[in-house]
Design a protein around this ligand. Structure first.
Ligand code: IVH
Length: 685
């Protein structure tokens, strides 16, 4: 390939990828499969590696991240990044309207927009290229988080159409509900504490030092405000509509309102409809439409006079903070939990609320005996949002965070930059032992479901299990007849669990069957901090045996897909502890799989993360053979089509019901040629 050909190809691929990114992430109307998209991206990455002189700062390959930022550079905002005063009452909107009417002589319009609950960001575009992304900071200076923001797929790196030469566009970066749920599930899976809410998670993610990590997170962004000398229109509404054409993700839900009645209608409608949105909004922002009139109204010291934010009322309850408990997780992380005087909120009686960590307690400045406001946000666990200081008792003292583990009395530690305290007594601290056992038997790990729901606790209380290997020493006789009554808690009634004949036998059978669990499941089940399901699979495929993994040094570990500094260090620490080596040796005696069996040794990872439904009749393959091939290349098979299916591999005579379901869900149907092409990539490399 000549230089010129490479340049042209890079240009063409970039345009094509940008186009598909926009269709997928902004319009939600993908035109090609994820697989085809990945192929285009991979081709571009290859070409840019061969011809780095043609790699541009707006290349779509920037989306995968990789830049490490040690300290975020502070940048002065060209236009101060102000916030708005919040109002909760219609009366204040009426007052706002009165003030506006007094100042403006001509007719005017409002634009009502949803108030997205995320992290504010200012994006600068020069000649259509994203050059800078800055957080609000203190309003006059913010952090330069450009490398991280470039990984957010719904933010265009390069604009289309007729955009101004230079302008700034502001918006809100947030996690949609499903992305947030998955993020927290993943955190729990690797032994981390979940984020308190999507906003905290978004702000934490934007400040991550490794942009490649940010690239894996499903952040999204809506833009809602523009600044610049040459904006195309004289009003806000039309400018936003125009920005949509340049490729920005602009909400479809903003509207022009002519008077306060229309504003109240907008607010009422969205107060109801917000429950159906896939992301959080916490109110409505009301702005004057004309830029000229905005200018006329100007600013107060803190915020513009041309806009106001109305916050939806959330149901709150006031109650007393009685005490704080400290819970210990399976990796030793400490979570403070507030015990409250029981109070009714939205139909449930609230007795406890998470306080997350020492920083949250400090920020709230909450003290024992305080009257606190409780809210149930989008999250299931209620939270303390503020303290009623007027009711504080004179002798109330700030909370002194515990220094020693409440369960085993070991001194706690807290790593620089981490929010949580940890108990380092990993092998002897009771909740850590129970937590590790619970994780070990869980569905994604060893899947011993006959041991779920409190049964581990019974075994532990009776001194039968202390570490994971003790499970394999249990006998029918040793567990028969054990029982425990669990008091009512968290909405569940009191219940008694007894190991009768059938239960006991099921437990023993389940434990025996778990010995068949493949190496990657066993590795995940060990509960090494930061080693989730995917990381365990990559490690198993790479090292093939636990012995090879135990011998791996830092450099070798970080050369494995998806393994960074943090995970590598955690693995090294795990295997540096004698207790863990002894545990693995004991588990080996019980014949757990500590290497990939011949059968499960993967040929490649080409289909990793893809789920197939194989349907119909094929000329040169049996269906079973195809399923085996899918597995050998890291993919998964399922029998029925769902939204989670990646592809349908269809032969002759695929059933009409399957066909119509696939079409309805928009799942790509591929033939045997396309399937073979997917696998061929390997031999072509
Ligand atoms: S316009 C001068 N529009 O809420 C600020 N802001 O309390 C004008 N926000 O600072 C902001 N959704 O961080 C605007 N549709 C929206 C918004 C929005 C969320 C945030 C933003 C702003 C704060 C106002």
């Amino acid at each position: 390939m000549t230089q010129e050909e490479a340049r042209q190809k890079i240009e063409k691929l970039s345009l094509e990828i940008n186009y598909h990114n926009h269709r997928y992430y902004v319009l939600s109307e993908p035109m090609i499969t994820d697989y085809d998209f990945d192929m285009l991206l991979e081709e571009l990455i290859k070409l840019e590696t061969l011809f780095p002189e043609f790699k541009k700062p707006d290349s779509p390959t920037q989306r995968v991240g990789g830049d490490i930022t040690k300290d975020f550079r502070q940048v002065t905002h060209k236009y101060p990044m102000l916030s708005l005063g919040n109002t909760y009452s219609e009366a204040e909107i009426l007052e706002f309207d009165q003030r506006v009417r007094k100042s403006l002589t001509d007719n005017f319009e409002y634009v009502c927009d949803l108030k997205f609950d995320g992290v504010a960001i200012g994006l600068t575009y020069v000649d259509g290229i994203l050059t800078q992304a800055i957080t609000r900071g203190d309003g006059s200076k913010g952090d330069d988080v450009t490398a991280n923001v470039k990984t957010i797929r719904s933010i265009p790196l390069k604009l289309q159409g007729n955009y101004p030469a230079e302008f700034e566009i502001r918006g809100e970066i947030f996690y949609p509900h499903d992305g947030f749920k998955k993020l927290n599930e993943d955190r729990i899976e690797i032994g981390e504490n979940p984020f308190a809410n999507p906003r905290n998670a978004a702000s934490g993610t934007l400040k991550m030092q490794n942009s490649a990590e940010v690239a894996k997170r499903p952040l999204e962004c809506f833009l809602y405000l523009m600044y610049g000398k040459e904006l195309p229109h004289i009003n806000h509404y039309d400018n936003l509509q125009e920005a949509k054409k340049w490729g920005f993700s602009i909400s479809n839900n903003f509207a022009i309102c002519h008077n306060t009645d229309e504003i109240f209608e907008f607010i009422d409608d969205w107060n109801e409809a917000r429950k159906t949105l896939p992301y959080d909004i916490d109110g409505v922002v009301i702005k004057i439409n004309s830029l000229q009139q905005q200018k006329q109204l100007g600013f107060t010291a803190k915020s513009p006079r041309w806009a106001i934010a109305y916050k939806f009322k959330t149901e709150r309850a006031l109650t007393e903070l009685l005490s704080i408990d400290y819970q210990v997780g399976r990796t030793g992380s400490i979570t403070p939990v507030a015990n409250l005087r029981p109070v009714l909120l939205l139909g449930t009686i609230i007795k406890r609320a998470s306080l997350h960590n020492a920083d949250v307690i400090e920020q709230l400045d909450v003290r024992i005996g305080d009257q606190v406001y409780i809210e149930k946000g989008g999250e299931i666990i209620p939270k303390i949002v503020s303290v009623n200081l007027s009711k504080r008792k004179a002798d109330a003292k700030p909370v002194t965070y515990i220094t020693h583990c409440p369960e085993c009395k070991t001194e706690l530690y807290r790593n620089e930059g981490e929010a949580n305290h940890y108990c380092p007594n990993y092998t002897q601290c009771p909740p850590q032992i129970k937590g590790k056992l619970e994780h070990f038997i869980s569905r994604k790990a060893m899947n011993i479901d006959s041991l779920g729901e409190g049964k581990i606790e019974i075994l532990y209380d009776n001194g039968l299990v202390h570490d994971l290997s003790d499970l394999y020493k249990l006998t029918f006789e040793s567990i028969l007849g054990l029982e425990k009554t669990f008091p009512a808690s968290a909405g569940k009634k009191e219940r008694k669990i007894s190991f009768k004949q059938k239960t006991a036998q099921n437990i023993i059978n389940g434990i025996e069957k778990s010995k068949e669990a493949p190496f990657e499941k066993v590795l995940f089940a060990l509960g090494i901090r930061f080693v989730g399901e995917t990381v365990a699979r990559n490690l198993a495929n790479h090292f093939q045996t636990i012995d090879a993994l135990m011998l791996a040094d830092y450099e070798t570990l970080i050369s494995v897909e998806d393994i960074g500094e943090r995970i590598a260090n955690s693995i090294l620490e795990y295997f540096s502890m004698e207790a863990n080596i002894n545990l693995i040796n004991r588990l080996k005696v019980h014949q757990l799989n500590f290497s990939l069996s011949k059968q499960t040794q993967l040929l490649s990872n080409l289909l990793a993360g893809k789920t197939f439904v194989v349907s119909g009749v094929f000329e040169n393959y049996s269906r079973d053979h195809l399923k085996e091939l899918i597995q050998l290349h890291g993919g998964q098979n399922t029998g029925s089509i769902s939204a989670k299916t990646s592809f349908i591999l269809a032969g002759e005579n695929m059933g009409p019901a399957k066909l119509s379901k696939a079409n309805k869900l928009g799942i790509p149907i591929i033939g045997i040629d396309e399937f073979e092409a997917m696998l061929h990539k390997k031999s072509a490399d």
